[in-house]
Write a new protein. Sequence first.
Length: 300
Amino acid sequence: MTPDQLLTFAVVAETGAIGRAAEVLHLTQPAVSGQLRLLQSAFGQPLYRREGRGIRLTPAGEQLAGIARQLRQTYERAHTLRAAIAGLRGGSLAIGASTTPASYLLPYIVAEFRVRHPGVTLTLASGNTSLIVGDLQRFDFAFIEGAVPTQLPVDTVVRPWVSDEIVALVRDDHPLAGRRRTQVTLAELAPHPLVMREAGSGVRQQVAAAFAAAGLAMQVGLELAGVEGVREAVRAGLGVGFVSAMAVPRGESALVALRLSPVPLARNIAALIPHGDALGAPARAFWDICSTHSRIQSEP
């Protein structure tokens, strides 16, 4: 017994004739009759009797017809869903993102997507880079900052997306916030207490790697989760913070962003597609919108 045989039987039971069922199914009558014979053979008893030009179901056939109709209805709903998703009138999309893209880039893209495709259910989950990568299989797309992990599922596709830069953030009365100063070296930062993101943060990983490469120790005075916490701690005078240039408040004189010198701490934000060989219509439409933002450049 196969699903095709049950679907055929459902149409035969509905039309009451093998010939009419063949027309509905776009099959030949011998093909329909052959499927019915195989189905009867699987049940070991007659499911219908020929009656004139039509058929009459046996009691066993009546019972099976009820089940077959349910299968056909499910099959038709699946076809309807496929058409809706293909036309972006339905379906769902799960997006995961580390803090920077989740806070400063994706809300605008999600808003644009929802205006264009209101029938698609879209969810956006955020966390630090390690958490997002750890939950990668939950998402249709995941956006992470910094280096792309080497240990990813074999079917994961990585697409570079947006350029970014990490800057040092200080209060305007900090010793390093000299008048008109726009840059600072790691050696100048090393003696000062640092306000750092939590372990697993892409920003923290990149800043720690830069200090290590320069042979300098970090004086971590405070560790906080989230960009907002880092900014508030710097605003309170608790040390030097590190944030994406996108996270620097515009038009606020109390905080000063300093680019790292002599080499800026640049990085990329990438899109990870966990199931690269099975990208659905909603995901393709979402990436089309992302692609229009792919040239964004951040300036501190």
